[in-house]
Write a protein that binds this ligand. Structure first.
Ligand code: SF4
Ligand code: SF4
Length: 402
C-alpha cells in the first residue's frame, strides 16, 4: 500500500491510501473518505467488478433464507426483506422499506468461498505399471464478495491467521483470499442472536475491506449508500463510478446507523477472564447437561465462520484405474474426528461440546492470539435444539459468582 501526505486541513497527517483525486473527502467525519452513490451507482460498481473479471457473490434469497450465492445485479439482492433470528429459529420478514441490506448475517458464511467445503487435492491414473499424478491446482477465479459484515470480516482475519500466517500456508485458501475484492456493509439491524459488541468485532467495519457501504434506505431508487474507501484498489474502482461527496448530514446519518445497531444487540456475553473461567471449569456439570440436548449434529461448526477443521478422503474407482484425494470440512462433533487407534478420544457428547466451546473461547487464544468467536450468533440460530453459546458461558460464570 502507498502512503501519501494529505492536503492542508486534514486532521490526519497520513492515510494508508492515496487521496490525490479525492481530497475533498478529507474533512469528512473522523477523517474517513466518504462518498455517496445511488442504487444505480451500486449497479455500476457490480458491473465494473464484472468487467474486471470478478465473479460476484452476495446475499440473495434461496429456499426462504438469505444466503451468499452468485449475483448478477442489484435485483438479485434481498430488497425489502429482513430476518428474525433466535435460538434454533430463522425466518424472513417483509420490511417496511426497500432496503437492500436490511437483514443480519445470513444462513451461510464467506468461508464457503474462501475455505471451500470440498477441495480435490490430487488424482492419479494408472498407466500400465505406474501412476500419473494430476495435482489439483488452486483456483484462479477472482471473487468479489458483496455485503461482508463486520463480524464476518473479523472471521476472515481469523481464518487468515490460521490458514495463512502459521507454519503451513493453505495454497487453495491463499489463492481465493489474495484475489478477493471485499465490499463490506455496515449492519443497520442486529439479529436476535448477534453479540458482536461483546466480542468487539462490530457492528461497524474496521479494516480489511476495499469499499465499505452504509445503506440509508429510501423509497425504491431513493436509497443511497455512504461509501468509505479501505484500499487503493477500492479507491481506483470508485473513481470510475458516478458518485458525489457525502454531505455532513449524510455522514452523520451513516454514523448513527452503526450506533443504533450497536444498541440493539440480540445477545451479550461477558468476556473478561473468559479463557481462565472456562479452563478452570473443565469438569463442570454443565457440559453433561448441555449434552442431554446436543444432537452432536455439527451444524454449529458448519455455519461458524471461523471453524476450519477438515478431513481427507481417498476414493478409487472399481477398476482400480483411477484414485483421488479430497479434502472436506469436518467437525469436532463427529466421533471420527478424534478417532485414534482403539477409539475416539472424545466419546461423549459432553466432551465434544466442551472441546468446541473451550477451543473457540479459550485455547484458541493460546493457539492463535485471538478469540475464535466473532459473536455472529449463527451457531445459536442454526442449532436445531437452540443451544446458545452465550447462555452456556453464563451458566458456568454464574456458578462461580452466585
Ligand atoms: S450445539 Fe446444536 S448445532 Fe452444535 S452439535 Fe449440538 S445440537 Fe448440533
Ligand atoms: S462460535 Fe457461534 S457466535 Fe462465535 S463465531 Fe462461531 S458461529 Fe459465530
Amino acid at each position: 500500500m502507498t502512503t501519501v501526505n494529505l492536503r492542508d486541513g486534514c486532521d490526519r497527517r497520513q492515510r494508508p491510501v492515496g487521496c490525490v483525486e479525492f481530497n475533498y473527502w478529507c474533512k469528512c467525519m473522523a477523517g474517513e473518505h466518504l462518498a455517496l452513490i445511488s442504487v444505480d451507482g451500486l449497479q455500476n460498481l457490480l458491473d465494473a467488478l464484472k468487467d474486471e473479471g470478478f465473479r460476484l457473490v452476495g446475499p440473495t434469497i434461496r429456499e426462504q433464507a438469505i444466503v451468499y450465492d452468485d449475483i448478477a445485479s442489484v435485483d438479485d439482492l434481498p430488497r425489502g426483506w429482513g430476518d428474525e433470528q433466535s435460538n434454533g429459529q430463522y425466518r424472513l420478514v417483509r420490511r417496511k422499506d426497500q432496503a437492500l441490506f436490511g437483514f443480519a448475517v445470513g444462513a451461510s458464511s464467506w468461508k464457503r468461498y474462501l475455505h471451500r467445503p470440498v477441495v480435490k487435492l490430487w488424482q492419479a491414473e494408472r498407466k500400465g505399471h505406474s501412476w500419473r499424478i494430476i495435482p489439483d491446482l488452486p483456483s484462479e477465479e477472482k471473487l468479489a464478495l458483496i455485503g461482508v459484515r463486520s463480524c464476518e470480516l473479523e472471521a476472515i482475519k481469523i481464518q487468515d491467521q490460521v490458514l495463512l500466517n502459521g507454519s503451513f500456508v493453505d495454497s487453495h485458501y491463499q489463492a481465493q483470499r489474495d484475489s478477493a475484492f471485499i465490499v463490506a456493509v455496515n449492519c443497520a439491524v442486529a439479529g436476535g442472536t448477534c453479540f458482536c459488541v461483546s466480542m468487539k468485532t462490530g457492528p461497524k467495519v474496521n479494516t480489511g475491506y476495499d469499499l465499505a457501504l452504509t445503506e440509508i434506505p429510501g423509497e425504491q431508487e431513493q436509497t443511497v449508500f455512504v461509501v468509505a474507501i479501505g484500499s487503493e484498489r477500492g479507491q481506483l474502482l470508485l473513481a470510475k463510478l458516478p458518485h458525489r461527496r457525502a454531505s455532513k448530514k449524510e455522514c452523520e446519518q451513516a454514523d448513527s446507523v452503526s450506533k443504533r445497531t450497536a444498541e440493539s444487540m440480540g445477545r451479550e456475553m461477558r468476556t473478561d477472564d473468559l479463557r481462565d473461567l472456562l479452563l478452570r471449569n473443565l469438569e463442570h456439570p454443565q457440559w453433561n447437561k448441555v449434552a442431554e440436548r446436543c444432537l452432536t449434529c455439527g451444524n454449529c461448526t458448519m455455519v461458524c465462520p471461523t471453524c476450519f477443521c477438515t478431513t481427507v478422503e481417498d476414493t478409487s474407482d472399481l477398476s482400480g484405474a483411477e484414485t483421488s484425494r479430497t479434502r472436506r470440512w469436518d467437525s469436532c462433533f463427529t466421533m471420527d474426528y478424534s478417532y485414534i487407534h482403539g477409539g475416539s478420544v472424545r466419546g461423549s457428547g459432553g466432551a465434544r461440546y466442551r472441546q468446541w466451546l473451550t477451543h473457540k473461547l479459550a485455547t484458541w487464544v493460546d493457539q492463535f492470539g485471538t478469540s475464535g468467536c466473532v459473536g455472529c450468533g449463527q451457531c445459536i440460530t442454526w442449532c436445531p435444539v437452540g443451544i446458545d453459546i452465550t447462555a452456556e458461558v453464563h451458566v458456568i460464570r454464574k456458578s462461580e459468582t452466585g
